[in-house]
Design a protein around this ligand. Structure first.
Ligand code: SF4
Length: 476
């Protein structure tokens, strides 16, 4: 999901989407469509690497999937029955062509391509060590570190080298590796980011979210387990390994924001439908913070499902009071203060006929800096609403994320610096209520696994080397 605020963006930002297939004659086209379905996870670059079992072919570029692959001849050159793809969301300043994925390297054991979703928290330390030993890095991403570790490994086969390499990294990583022989999927032992397995005829598929399978008519098979390394072959059944040992599901730390905001509502991740969980978040929010309102509206599109849940639980009718402009790209630059100030008006339009003289409950998924919420309240007041009650379908964000999601530093997070009442006053709402962390974790539909809730003030599940991560090395 994009936002006009560029470096001043006021929403938590997605990281990346990954997709892979082995054993399908149209592998590159399938990957292209899979990336389309995962476009919401990253909009800054897209790429595909394919293989025909002998050679490997790549094409990457900056921009949306449709722009990068606008010339259909490009896909025809990506030969073979196996491919991996990547949509990237990068942190500010690292939107460079050299950082586009998948990365493809040649090394002593052959060729290997990699796509990464997440953030490796010890990447800078590993990189420093390798640079001191003479390694030369081509990119500024954490993902490249894994490829260097693979090349360093003295294990015999590529799957063993991959297993050896990933055992040295820490943090959040759902990764795909493609060689002429294998498609390998890995999920970190904490299980931060989703990764799902699918099948159609004799082809196997891996994707960040199951919505990519639905577009292709691929059958969803299962979610990968925490710490699972799966090897997919052309002719054999998948083989699974657990380089860190088998983990209990409740010991993991799946990113709970995948359910709150990142994943598409039609996806199935971590063992449950996002739509089901998100709707229950809205219902729980209505129980915790009822609103004396005539209508419930959503901040579209990401809050639609929670707003429906709020409406159903409260009995207050759901209306489309805000319309989102889908044609504003992430690259929109704000040349003047005036344009910055009307930011929310460019992104959202209010429907005066619905809002005028109404007491409005607005459901949003989160508040980051508070600037967008403030602008939205003004927009809705200007449309004639008599009262505005903001309801947030997540707990207050009080700490930055170091596991692959681009959030601002603590000093810019409004909830880390103001009380709920002060935030209400700042954004100009008549009331403000956040979903509680206990309420969120007690939802019946939320799979009973371990979750990361560090951005809500819980301990970070994987130790952060602050110095190395302060500048959040361009992540994958
Ligand atoms: S800190 Fe927040 S956004 Fe980051 S992984 Fe944990 S829950 Fe997800």
């Amino acid at each position: 999901m994009m936002n006009i605020f560029c470096s001043m963006e006021d929403i938590v930002q997605h990281n990346c989407g990954i997709f892979g297939v082995i054993g399908n004659a149209d592998a590159a086209k399938r990957t292209y469509l899979g990336l389309y379905a995962l476009q919401h996870r990253g909009q800054e670059s897209a790429g595909i690497v394919s293989t025909d079992g002998k050679n490997m072919y790549e094409y990457k570029g900056l921009g949306l999937v449709g722009d990068v692959f606008s010339d259909d001849k490009v896909l025809l050159k990506l030969l073979g029955d196996s491919a991996i793809g990547h949509n990237r969301y990068s942190t500010t300043g690292s939107t460079l062509f050299m950082n586009t994925q998948p990365f493809l390297i040649k090394f002593h054991a052959g060729q290997i391509a990699a796509s990464h979703n997440g953030n490796i928290v010890n990447a800078q330390i590993l990189r420093n060590e390798m640079e001191q030993n003479g390694s030369i890095f081509r990119t500024t991403t954490d993902s490249e570190v894994v490829l260097h570790l693979i090349a360093y490994s003295r294990r015999k086969t590529i799957p063993e080298m991959v297993s050896n390499a990933i055992s040295k990294v820490k943090g959040a990583f759902s990764m795909l590796f493609l060689t002429s022989e294998y498609l390998i999927g890995v999920k970190d032992p904490n299980s931060f980011r989703p990764l799902v397995l699918g099948k159609k005829n004799n082809a196997w598929f891996l994707a960040s979210e199951s919505c990519a399978f639905d577009l292709l008519g691929v059958d969803f098979v299962r979610c990968l387990a925490p710490g699972e390394l799966i090897i997919l072959h052309r002719d054999n059944e998948p083989e699974s390994f657990f380089p860190w040992g088998k983990r209990d599901k409740d010991k993991g730390s799946a990113c709970i924001f995948e359910f709150i905001y990142f994943s598409r509502p039609d996806s199935y991740i971590f063992g449950e439908s996002v739509e089901k969980v998100r709707r229950e978040m809205g219902a729980q929010l209505a129980r915790e913070h009822p609103a004396d309102a005539d209508i419930v509206i959503a901040v579209p599109d990401s809050s639609n499902t929670a707003a429906l849940g709020f409406s159903q639980e409260s009995g207050i009718p759901f209306e489309l009071g805000l319309i989102r402009n889908h044609y504003i790209g992430r690259t929109f630059i704000q040349p003047t203060q005036h344009i910055r100030e009307i930011g929310a008006k460019l992104k959202y339009s209010s429907v005066r006929g619905i809002l005028k003289n109404k007491r409005v409950a607005i459901v949003d998924d989160s508040i980051v800096r508070g600037t967008t919420s403030k602008q939205l309240v003004q927009l809705i007041r200007d449309a004639g609403a008599s009262e505005i009650h903001i309801r947030i379908a997540s707990p207050p964000i009080v700490a930055p994320c170091y596991y692959g999601i681009d959030t601002p530093d603590k000093d810019q997070l409004i909830a880390a610096n103001m009380s709920v009442e002060q935030i209400r006053d700042f954004i100009g709402a008549d009331s403000l209520g956040y979903l509680s962390l206990d309420g969120l974790l007690s939802l019946k539909s939320l799979p009973k696994i371990g979750y990361c809730t560090a951005c809500f003030g819980s301990p970070y599940p994987v130790k952060i080397d602050d110095k190395a991560n302060k500048d959040k090395m361009g992540n994958g």
